[in-house]
Ligand binder design. Structure first.
Ligand code: SF4
Length: 753
């Protein structure tokens, strides 16, 4: 038993008391989303009537899950908090670093060789701090979480965008950055803008080739990649109840593609069945006892327009299979129109590779439906005309589908089984010939299909569809094939048709596995030594950032005045730098290298005020640091938008930047800067941006009386001897000012322990 029954019972007690209270407070019936959010408020706030999409609220999630790439910095930070154990149940999953090349075992062995030091670090740090560790090959984070930890009515954060997968079991599960995971493990609240809520009413019942994947492909077409931003999607209706729990998870998983905060379904019989199938009868029993709190109130679903911010209706009985793409997941094509779209747009019609699996579509049901297509193809003397790969989502699913003969079905028609990991879905794919950048088409049952995501080739047209449609198209080797109406010529020259797929939600003989690949954390973690080689280029222990010196800051050198857009990618580039995620000093060599210098319109070319020469941003900043001089970065509007990666705040702090002064911040980045003990300031008058000059030395005044709501002042000391004093604003509350004084939020936690 890996789940924590006591924690679930505790959450259910809170749901039972807080849901009626919230109903009284708001004076109306509640959506399921509101019930779960109210049950997880950090402090029971008697009078909280949040404005959806506006009010920021503190929550207390039940769980944290981290994948191996993002866990590195999250755990390095957590080590600084001074806690002996994580304060909420947490797990690490080794899935992102395994490259697909030759097949499951070979690829896994190579990954173990290449990433051993990272795995050793993650295993030892997990063991020490009471964190469950899922070894390489154990499975993909979201599938493993669904099989063991997700529960109806719970709240989880995860350091991966597709954390919402757990919504298929009625959980509010949200993707976050590593700093948020670290905070929650260290015992701090987690802040979220109270979301708007979109209700999706599903009527009818799926039939034929249509599957749960097609529901979300259709929703993506309706809402587009931005339509879910700051919203939670709540699915309901008899159509929702007709879907298996893993089908619901597929839908919630891909809610990330429309920017949704998360998606979820109400508790129902399919969830009970899945909980029983995954040996969690006790969780199912507990959920059944409070089931009226694990779904929206009947009045809400009877008149959804009165309670949701937007309502979408989809009739599953009429839903066609879809293919979405290329290059974006919201370009939705009903299968009947897809062949024409391929012709009209001149996309390469020959299908080179079909890939099924990933966290999105690797359940027992997905595999059995796709295998049913493969089995009949083999019976009808057909083989795949494209390359064809299968990525199981977990060792439990892989072992069981192998036992039940489904992997043989794929092998018979030419399929290759890859490791239980992300592989091609995250670009970990040694695809032969991709460096030639030839235009070509692939189709996957994954979720994202942006240019270069799978194989690094910008000319690969990646389409997304259900595993059964991917299998059918791989057999045909042609994107224009429509299995609903077209026939194929088999090896004997006969014309044959593929029958509708059929699947089984859960294995009749139950799931089985020889080795989950799970490491139980040590009950006595104090004696465990965290393994980091001091000479490592990929991992580095963090030193606490120094506390504020207690005086105003004088003579800060302008490092760069950024012109225009500056996302977290401009501040801390991805791509080849990602291998240094666990090594703050090495990854800091990408600091602001994508940002445009206002002074000369160039990227990564700034003046070193100490010698007057121009150099790369990280090199110039390192020179300032060596000279013991602080610096300041000036930015434009919405500075730090994009991903929530904490490196964008840690790197400037590590290299000695003291202040980020901008016209406006993206909120998550602003909070990340505060957590790292930086000063995140905004121009009181945006036009003062123009007053900042390339050779300025800048004083920050008023820090000794730094308090919430009170502006600070900056003195711009220009090289010609003139000065400009400007007012700057901030949004620090008392706690955040304490973080600044202590040098970082983690320093505060450590001091308090
Ligand atoms: S399988 Fe793909 S979408 Fe899922 S966690 Fe891995 S990389 Fe992310």
């Amino acid at each position: 038993m890996l789940f924590d029954l006591e924690l679930i019972e505790e959450t259910y007690k809170r749901l039972s008391t807080r849901v009626p209270e919230a109903r009284d407070l708001l004076g109306r019936p509640l959506t399921l989303t509101e019930k779960i959010l109210y049950a997880h408020l950090w402090n029971k706030q008697e009078s909280l009537k949040p404005e959806r999409g506006v009010t920021y609220v503190d929550f207390a999630p039940d769980r944290v899950a981290m994948q191996d790439a993002t866990a590195q910095m999250a755990l390095l930070q957590f080590m600084q908090a001074g806690r002996a154990r994580t304060t909420v149940p947490s797990t690490v999953h080794c899935d992102h670093l395994i490259q697909a090349r030759a097949g499951a075992q070979t690829d896994l062995n190579q990954a173990l060789d290449k990433n051993q030091e990272v795995y050793d670090f993650l295993a030892s740090v997990s063991e020490k701090y009471g964190i469950g560790f899922w070894k390489p090959g154990a499975g993909i984070i979201h599938q493993v979480v669904l099989e063991h930890y997700a529960f109806p009515g719970g709240m989880m954060i995860g350091t991966d965008s597709h954390t919402p997968n757990a919504g298929g079991l009625g959980m509010i599960a949200i993707g976050v950055g590593g700093a948020d995971a670290c905070d929650v493990m260290a015992g701090l609240p987690w802040e979220l803008k109270f979301p708007r809520i979109i209700g999706v009413r599903l009527t009818g019942k799926l039939n034929g080739w249509a599957s749960a994947k097609d529901v979300i492909l259709k929703v993506a077409g309706i809402l587009t990649v931005k339509g879910g931003t700051d919203h939670i999607l709540e699915y309901f209706g008899e159509g929702a109840q007709s879907l298996s729990a893993t089908g619901k998870s597929t839908i919630c998983n891909m809610g990330a593609e429309i920017g949704a905060t998360t998606s979820l379904f109400g508790f129902d019989a399919a969830m009970v069945e899945y909980l029983h199938g995954t040996q969690r009868e006790k969780v199912a029993g507990e959920a059944e006892r409070i089931q009226e709190h694990l779904t929206g109130d009947p009045e809400v679903y009877a008149s959804p327009e009165a309670y949701f911010d937007q309502v979408i209706e989809i009739n599953l009985s009429e839903l066609e299979p879809h293919v979405n793409g290329p290059f974006t997941p919201d370009l939705a094509w009903p299968l009947s129109q897809f062949a024409e779209a391929v012709e009209k747009n001149g996309w390469p019609a020959r299908l080179e590779v079909g890939l099924i699996g990933s966290c999105t579509n690797s359940s027992y049901e997905d595999i059995t439906r796709a295998a049913s297509v493969a089995r009949q193809a083999s019976q009808k003397n057909l083989k795949v005309k494209s390359a064809f790969t299968i990525t199981p989502g977990s060792e439990m699913v892989r072992y069981t589908v192998e036992r039940d003969g489904y992997l043989d079905d794929f092998g018979t028609i030419g399929g290759v089984v890859l490791a239980n990991a992300c592989g091609p879905c995250i670009g970990q794919w040694a695809r032969a010939g991709s460096e030639d950048q030839k235009p070509n088409s692939i189709i996957t049952s994954f979720n994202r299909n942006f240019a270069k995501r799978n194989d690094g080739n910008p000319n690969t047209h990646a389409f997304v569809a259900s595993p059964e449609v991917v299998t059918a198209l791989s057999i045909a080797g042609d994107l224009r094939f429509n299995p609903l109406k077209d026939s194929l010529t088999n090896e004997r020259g006969e014309e044959v048709r593929l029958d509708e797929p059929s699947g089984i939600p859960l294995p009749v003989r139950g799931f089985d596995v020889e080795d989950y690949g799970y490491q139980v954390p040590s009950p006595q973690g104090e004696s465990v030594v965290v393994k980091i080689d001091p000479a490592s280029q990929r991992l580095q222990l963090l030193d606490p950032f120094p506390a504020w010196e207690g005086i105003d800051l004088h003579g800060l050198l302008l490092l760069i005045k950024v012109k225009g857009k500056c996302t977290t990618d401009h501040i801390s580039m991805a791509g080849p730098w990602l291998k240094y995620r666990g090594h703050l000093d090495n990854i800091s060599n990408n600091l602001l290298i994508g940002a445009i210098n206002f002074a000369n319109g160039q990227a990564n070319h700034v003046k070193n005020q100490l010698n007057g020469k121009y150099g790369e941003v990280p090199a110039v900043q390192r020179a300032y640091k060596s000279a013991g001089l602080g610096s300041i970065v000036v930015g434009d509007e919405n500075y730090g938008e994009g991903s929530s990666r904490e490196h964008a705040a840690m790197e400037p702090r590590h290299l000695g930047v003291r202040v980020i002064l901008v016209k406006s911040f993206a909120r998550i980045h602003e909070t990340n800067l505060k957590k790292q003990g930086m000063l995140a300031l905004t121009f009181a008058n945006a036009a003062d941006y123009e007053k900042v000059q390339e050779d300025d030395r800048i004083d920050v005044l008023g820090l000794t009386s730094f308090r919430p709501g009170q502006p600070l002042h900056l003195m711009l000391n220009h090289s010609d001897g003139s000065h400009d004093e400007i007012q700057v604003n901030h949004t620090y509350n008392e706690t955040q000012i304490d973080w600044f004084r202590a040098g970082a939020a983690l320093n505060m936690i450590r001091q308090s322990i």
